[in-house]
Write a protein that binds this ligand. Structure first.
Ligand SMILES: Cc1cc2nc3c(=O)[nH]c(=O)nc-3n(C[C@H](O)[C@H](O)[C@H](O)COP(=O)(O)O)c2cc1C
Length: 220
């Protein structure tokens, strides 16, 4: 199959080169509040999962990896997501507790990037979030050896059935291998599409959690 037409090869092939200017979008000078404002806007126009974000990690050899996860909380401390701690990402975060996160909302043509250290959330915080998950998802967290080889779909279904039988009508507790991580940002960059690729970029940087953010604009 030819991929010629899938990726535009010249500007004349592009359908979106000139778009409307969105006006002033850097409306708040505190990055978490600004992110919250953009996410609220994105939720109104994204078809689903406006809180989906690409999470980049690197293993002990420095080889990068990336996958989507869902943002479950954001506050002054950072961005929280939940996963299987024995998964590939979990192993990588143990070897190298630093990560980057990228949101791209196509419907509003905006991007936000975060870089920083990773810290596990407390057991109490993970328990509280786990309780809010659907029972099926809680059972799934027990049944899935995330990122490890699966011999067949049937093997997974058998494990789900066995776990469902084991818990019966009892409460499904959080497995030890399922928890959350928080990215504590040291850099946050906001990007908005502008006509003719003259995009606007605003970057917030800080030394550590106790120091103030400094800002700078970047060339597109
Ligand atoms: C939109 C979207 C949201 C996802 N959210 C999560 C999530 O919150 N947690 C998670 O463990 N996996 C999530 N996944 C699955 C991951 O992308 C990935 O397949 C899985 O976590 C295994 O990744 P790993 O092998 O790199 O550890 C999501 C996938 C998509 C496409």
């Amino acid at each position: 199959m030819s991929t010629d037409k899938l990726i535009p090869s010249s500007p004349s092939d592009e359908t979106y080169a000139v778009d409307e200017d969105q006006g002033e979008v850097f409306t708040v000078d505190e990055p978490v509040a600004l992110f919250a404002e953009w996410l609220t806007l994105a939720k109104k126009s994204e078809t689903n999962d406006a809180n989906a974000m690409a999470l980049a990690t690197a293993d002990a050899n420095g080889l990068p990896d990336v996958r989507m996860v869902l943002l479950k909380d954001i506050d002054a401390r950072g961005l929280t997501f939940y996963t299987n701690t024995m998964s590939a990402k979990g192993r990588q975060l143990t070897e190298n507790p630093q990560a980057a996160i990228c949101f791209h909302w196509k419907s509003i043509r905006r991007q936000v990037r975060f870089r920083g250290a990773i810290a596990p959330v407390s057991a109490a915080e993970a328990d509280a979030y786990f309780k809010t998950r659907a029972r099926g998802a809680r059972i799934g967290a027990w049944a899935s050896d995330q990122s490890r080889p699966l011999e067949s779909r049937f093997a997974l279904e058998k494990k789900v059935a066995a776990k469902a039988a084991q818990f019966g009508v009892k409460e499904v507790p959080r497995p030890d291998h399922w928890s959350g991580y928080r990215l504590i940002p040291s850099e946050i960059e906001f990007w908005v599409n502008r006509p003719f690729r003259l995009h606007d970029r605003l970057k917030f940087t800080r030394e550590n959690e106790k120091t103030a953010w400094t800002t700078e604009k970047l060339y597109p």
